[in-house]
Structure formats: structure tokens, C-alpha cells
Design a protein around this ligand. Sequence first.
Ligand code: ZN
Ligand code: ZN
Length: 268
Amino acid sequence: MGFFSRKEKKGEIANVSDLASIPEIKAILETGKEAVFLNPKRSSEPLPFSVSKMGGEPNMNAFDAWPECSDCKTLYIFVLQLYKSEYPEFPFPEGSDLFQLFRCPNDDCKGAYDECSDHLMQWFYSEAITDSNKEIQRPSADGDQLEEPIPDCLFNPERRLDYDSQSLYVDLEEKYDNFEDVIEVFYEKYGSPVGTKINGHPDWIQDNATPECKCGKEMTFFFQLSGSDEGDDGEPPHGLSIGDMGNIYFFGCDNCGVESITTLWDCS
Ligand SMILES: [Zn+2]
Ligand SMILES: [Zn+2]
């Protein structure tokens, strides 16, 4: 080893399974936040409008017509809906108990590929009426640049702690020779696959870009729509790749409520 390339000796962790004794890991374990991993899977049958799900027939009771893109006027595709009765940990403003998400399927829309999302996203809160559905069908419209409607996918929710482990690799690699063994043990015990989830931590692929609200407060992450969800064939069951295995991150301000909701996205 040359004079100028002298390398500092790294350490060795004696017992890799005693994670709490490693300061860098201890710090990550303190970031644990309750999350609901939704694990969407393709349904073999159409799911009713009265359940939380992705794709298929949405609850249309809050609409007078099928919603269209505010920018290019293309009819939206329905992404997902969450009922408060099933997901009370999702943020609902007073008087509403249904959250619905739509997106513009048009790749050439002016609202596509900006800093907020790959395709323009639109969300609606309403009061859930589930005894009967309003008969509003999405007229089928196909064009070369349009994303396909999303097929019915049911959720297989798993509630567990989610850790902010973004800096794990860098933190450990710098200090320990056997950092890879530690990372393996960490992921076995505490890791979660990247996917669509409520709360927890955003799985930034690029740098952390948590936004600040107009009022000056740092915004709170509350939902992630993911192109990394895996169906039985390893592909996203909903067909959304969001760039290349990207995620759309939803943030809101505790002071300013639903009006402040904003999204950011990234991909590899
Ligand atoms: Zn559009
Ligand atoms: Zn605010």
C-alpha cells in the first residue's frame, strides 16, 4: 500500500446477530413506524365496489360522470380505493370515509412526468355509501399512448413496523469489514419488501426529498404507490411500473390538512 493510499483499518463486528449492540443499527431500530403493507394480488373474480381494492369497478356514488383529466381531458383510469372502516390508520378528513385515487392514462399529457408523478394523479375523499352503486361506467377508449385500465386486485394487508434503513449500507460499509453479514441479518429480521403501503417511511430510490409545506412545516409521509409490487409472476399485479419500478410518495401537512396533500416520485 502506497504512502498516499493509506487506508484506515475497518472494524469487525464480533456477533452479527446481536444487532442492538451495533450503534448504527440501534439508531435505525429507533425509526420504527407502524405501516400497513397492502400486498395487492390479482383477483380471479371482479371485486365489489364496496371493498378496499385496486382497479376494477370503483364506488361511483360521489360522482355525476366518470372523472376526466383536468389537463388533457382523457378519462381517468381508476387506481385504488381505501375505506376508513378497513384502514382507520389512513388519514381521512372529518366527514369522509372513502379515499379514491385515479390517474390520467395519457403518456403525452402535459401533466405526465413532472416532479409530482409519472402520470397525473387525482384523489377524491367522500362519504362512503355502500348499499348500492351509481351506474357510471368508464366508456372504453383506446389510444396508442394510453395506459390500460387496472384489473381487480385485492389487498393482503400486513401491519408491521417499517424502518428508515436508507443509510444502512453506507453507514456500515464505511466502518466494518463484515458489513454484508450484518445487513443480511437486519433484512431477515426487520426488512420489508418495497411495495404499496400506508404510513411508515418512503422508499426513496433517489435522494430523500421530503417536502416542506407552504406554512413552513415539514410534511408527513402517509402513502406510497409502488411499481415494485409483485404478483405471482413477479410482475406488478396492477400493471403500473411507475417509470422503472418507481414509487409515488404522498405527503400532507399536519397543520394544513387534506388541502396540502402533494406527491413526489422517483424511479431507478
Ligand atoms: Zn391528462
Ligand atoms: Zn402546512
